[in-house]
Design a protein around this ligand. Structure first.
Ligand code: SF4
Length: 88
């Protein structure tokens, strides 16, 4: 899982982890690891698709992502290249 950091208002220039929960969690595919097997599309077509122009897998633009579906795709991804990115 990836965590975004934010700048601390008390110590400008220093970064700290955000104590508050993420505003949004967004699935992320590490394309450098992805084999293009489309297992994620089979597991969670609401979220994952292949971009017909680039040929690469991508995450659809959604306001909210179904966690169970994404977790299932991530669990079954043979390359283990699906992660959650947390947006603060
Ligand atoms: S299941 Fe994993 S390796 Fe297969 S296309 Fe999706 S992200 Fe890539």
């Amino acid at each position: 899982m990836r965590a975004k950091l934010r700048l601390s208002p008390d110590f400008p220039g220093l970064e700290e982890e955000n104590d508050e929960g993420p505003e949004m969690r967004v699935p992320f595919i590490d394309l450098g690891m992805c084999s293009g097997c489309e297992g994620c599309v089979a597991a969670c077509p609401q979220v994952f698709r292949r971009n017909r122009e680039t040929g690469y897998m991508e995450v659809k633009s959604l306001d909210k992502f179904p966690e169970e579906c994404v977790d299932e795709a991530a669990k079954n991804c043979p390359e283990k290249c699906i992660f959650w990115e947390e947006i603060y």
